[in-house]
Each structure stands twice: as C-alpha cells, then as structure tokens.
Design a protein around this ligand. Structure first.
Ligand SMILES: [Zn+2]
Length: 457
C-alpha cells in the first residue's frame, strides 16, 4: 500500500515569493481582506476579455470581476451578464488593498492535464528517432539507471518549473509511486494518479486489497476536500496493450465508486493498434520478452483500441483518454457519445510517432479536449505555452480561444476541478497568472498574442 498519509501535508496557499519570474506572476492568496487586482485586461474565459479590468478577491475566492470606467465599475456574473454598479471605483475600493499589475492581462492559470513529472530526469537521454518500441525499452532502462533519488529531485524541479511558467493544475501519472509526496507537498494542484500496468491483478483482485485501496483513496480525498485543497489522488491504467482488461476494469470500478478521474493512454502507437486488432506483432513479442502473459486478455481481433476500451466499459465522462492519434470516425463518435475526456500531447506525439492527433476533427464533433505536455522523456519542456503554440502552429484553422480553452477550463473540467478553476468567474478560486504583454484588437488576436508570448522573448 502507498503511504497516503503523506498526502495530508498540503500547502494550498500560493507562495508568491516563489513566483519570482518577473514576466509571469501568479496570484497569492489573502486572509479575510478584500484585495483588488487590476490590469489592462482581464480574461474571464477564453471568449471574454474585458479592458481595464479588475478582479476582487477575499480568502482566495473571486467575489467580483469586471471593468473600471471613468464614472463607475461594471461587474460581470455568469448568470446575469454585465451590469453597472452604482459605485465608482474609488468608493468601491475604499479600504481595500489594490494591486495594479500593469497593462498586460490577468488570465486563468494553465492546466497541464497529462504529464509524468516522475520521468523528468530522463530529459534528453532517450533518442526519439528509433521507433516507439525502442523508446519504451530505453525509458525502462534509463529509469532504472537513474535511481529513485535522482528521479525525485528532477520531478521536484519540474513541478517548480511548471509553476513558474503559469501552470497551477496538473494530472501527474506516477508508475513508481515516488512523486506522491512531492506532488502533495508542492504548490501545484491537480490529480496524482497511481498508474498500474501488466497483470498486477493477482495482487489487486483480492477483495481485501481492493477495499483497502478504496478506503485509502476515499479517506484521503475526503480529507483534502474538507481542507479546501485542490488535490486528489486517483488511479490510472497504462494502456490497452500493456495492461490486462481485468486489471483495467478493476481500476475503473474503483475510481467510479469514488467519482474520481481515471486516466489511460490510448490509440497512441501503431504497435498498440496492431496488438489490439490482431493480438500479434512487435508488441506481442515485447510483452513475451518482459514475461507479461497476455494469453488470457481475450482480445477480440479487429476492434480499434478505442472500441476495445468502450467494449470493456472503460469510457465515460470520468475517463481521461490520452493521445488518441490512431482513431477513425467511429472512434471519435464513441468518444463524443461516452463523453470521455480526450487529452492531447501533440509535441510528444510528433517526437515519438511523427504523427499528430487530428484535433480539428474532435472539435467538429463538439468535443472539448484538454492539453498536456506528457513527460520530459518525450518532449522538450513542460511549459503549457509551448504546447499551445504547437497546436496553433500545426492547426492554424483552430480558433485561438479553443486552444486556450484546452489549456485552461477543459483541462480543469477533465481533472474534476472545473467548478473552482479554469476561468475567472465570481465564486471560483482566484487562480490566475499575469502576462505582461498582450496585443491585438479582437479577442482572437489578443489570445494569439498570449499563446505566442513566450516565443517572442
Ligand atoms: Zn503519458
């Protein structure tokens, strides 16, 4: 069993001193007093940017958001829209702490919905050009060579770097379990997933073990939510071609009982598709080599990885379906129908597979995907600005507001924190960053300038 007690020492309070990057600043909490944050622009959501804006915050919760005009303030609420307040800004702000951030934009913090901080020590150590199978072999080798201490040290640094580049929520996948305490004690929020693969069912299927996991998760998540901490622990299955269906079903049952997210990589590589559709090929050989007996997995040939997961009952609104590169129309319809949450990691996909997920096709189906960086073993940075720019560069037909939504509210929704984060609406947590440069007249141009912000430096 994991030591879930380690998850209790959380620090939700944002430590603004750590946010010493002068260009990107994150909000700090406040205690009981009204603090008004002003800036040239405030982004309520990726579709709404107000000029000369402000957000008012009490105890890290947004109590007002709106614009300052010469004669009054205009407040915005999601239910009743914009309305003028009788007070002008001087009267409204009397006695409150006012922080004027500058002429840039206050916007929601970014969400990295899929990463492996645990693999950060492997940055630059694994060549991308020798095929996926070889990459997996190298990853396993290098990870062993690094040792737990180095993996932990680099994971910690990666989390700090993610925070410094504007990310406040992350979906961390941990195979070894070694980032649990680091994640819990860091200033990043989100979901920490313990990932399982292979045939570990032998251990997990015993009812006692299942119940123990269930109780531990349930107790920990309850304590976290009581403390108002935006961290959860959850479970992940690695992928359809690496994890037995019995284990996948068991993990999914557990997370559904607790109404917490379940994550799985799916439809990523050609090896995976070959194995799921035929039961043969490179991957079948690889599993044999590693002593993983897949003879009992009862794969029914000719189904795609997405159809297979759907058939074994894994796809629903609480499932994060990561990658989804090798999909057809039927697969996308299944994702739309089941409301599973697609998470795309285009830079990692391009590095490992020279392919990209067809994001515009998913958007046409009304699906709201999220973005993740994946790990530093398969991408150059865990900076969500880089991930957004990659989407904008490869898919110029996607509206900038859709790209920003993927890196904010869609990610927050996928991780189960959409009620509290992802947009800057009244009643949500004041989880924002300040970007000092924004240009353009339309909302779309302004958002594009934010997406390109880092590359202009
Ligand atoms: Zn991954």
């Amino acid at each position: 069993m994991k030591q879930h007690k380690r998850f209790h020492n959380n620090r939700l309070h944002r430590d603004s001193k750590k946010f010493n990057n002068k260009r990107l600043r994150r909000n700090s909490g406040n205690n009981g007093e009204l603090t008004i944050h002003r800036a040239g622009h405030v982004m309520i959501s990726p579709c709404q940017i107000i000029d000369n804006g402000f957000i008012s915050v009490v105890n890290n919760t947004i109590v007002d958001v709106g614009a300052v005009t010469e004669t009054s303030i205009i407040k915005f609420s999601a239910t009743s829209g914009y309305h003028s307040d009788i007070l002008n800004f001087d009267k409204y702000s009397k006695g409150s702490k006012i922080i004027d951030h500058g002429s840039g934009i206050i916007m929601p913090s970014l969400v990295n919905a899929h990463t492996h901080f645990e693999l950060s020590a492997l940055k630059g150590k694994i060549p991308f050009d020798r095929g996926f199978n070889q990459w997996v072999r190298e990853l396993i080798n290098q990870r062993e060579q690094c040792g737990a201490e180095l993996l932990k040290l680099e994971a910690k640094k990666a989390i700090e770097s993610a925070i410094l580049t504007g990310t406040s929520l992350a979906g961390e996948i941990s195979t070894l379990g070694i980032t649990e305490a680091i994640f819990a004690n860091s200033d990043i929020s989100g979901v920490w997933f313990q990932e399982y693969l292979g045939n570990e069912i032998e251990y997990l299927e015993s009812e006692i073990a299942s119940k123990a996991i269930l109780l531990a998760l349930s107790k920990t998540n309850l304590e976290l939510s009581l403390k108002g901490v935006f961290k959860k622990i959850a479970l992940a299955g690695h992928a359809p071609h690496t994890t037995s269906p019995a284990l996948l079903k068991l993990l999914k049952e557990q997370t559904n009982k607790l109404k917490i997210p379940f994550s799985i990589h799916v439809a990523e590589s050609d090896d995976e598709t070959e194995f799921i559709t035929t039961g043969q090929g490179n991957w079948a050989n690889f599993l044999k080599e590693r002593g993983i007996d897949s003879s009992s997995w009862q794969l029914l040939p000719s189904r795609s990885p997405v159809q297979y997961l759907n058939d074994i009952g894994l796809l629903d609104p609480l499932t994060l379906a990561v990658h989804l590169i090798n999909v057809d129309d039927k697969d996308i319809e299944i994702i739309a129908k089941t409301k599973a949450k697609p998470i795309f990691c285009p830079r990692s996909n391009f590095n490992l597979h020279k392919k990209l997920p067809d994001i515009p096709r998913f958007l046409k189906h009304g699906i709201k995907p999220a973005l993740g960086t994946d790990s530093l073993a398969s991408t150059d940075s865990i900076n969500m600005f880089d991930e957004m720019l990659s989407v904008a560069t490869h898919f110029p037909q996607i509206a900038p507001s859709d790209i920003l939504a993927m890196a904010t509210i869609n990610g927050a929704n996928a991780l189960g924190f959409g009620e509290m984060a992802g947009t800057l609406e009244k009643g949500k947590k004041a989880d924002f960053i300040y970007v000092p440069e924004v240009s353009g007249n339309s909302v779309s141009d302004k958002i594009m300038s934010i997406i390109e912000y880092k590359s202009k430096k």
